[in-house]
Design a protein around this ligand. Sequence first.
Ligand code: AMP
Length: 105
Amino acid sequence: MTDCIFCKIINGDFNTEFVYENEYAVVFKDINPKADVHLLVVPRVHVESLNDLDDEALLGKLMMTVKETTKKLGIKSYRTVINTGKEAGQEVFHLHIHILSGGIV
Ligand code: AMP
C-alpha cells in the first residue's frame, strides 16, 4: 500500500536498518522505544491487523521470526505484543508484533 509507513520501510524508502529479515518479514527498531530493546516484526505483505489476517501459516512464520530474531540478538527474555484496533492502541495499520525486553515501560 502506497500510503502505509511500514510498506514504505519494507520498500527501503527510509533506509531503515533491519536487525533481522527473512522471506516473510522484516524486523527493525521501534522509533519510540518502550523498553531497552523494542523491535517490530512486520510481515512483507500488507495486512491491516490481526483481524484481517486469514493466513494461519503466516502467523506461524511471524512467531518463528520473533524466535529467530531474539536468538540472533541473544535476547533470552522478552514480551510480545500485538495491538489490534484503535481502542487497543494500534497506531499503524499494518500488522506487526512488538518485541520488548528489559526496562519495559
Ligand atoms: P502500534 O501502536 O501497535 O500500532 O505500534 C506502532 C509502533 O510503530 C509504535 O510503537 C511506533 O513508535 C512505531 N513506529 C511508527 N513509525 C515508525 C517508524 N518510522 N519507524 C519505526 N517505528 C515506528
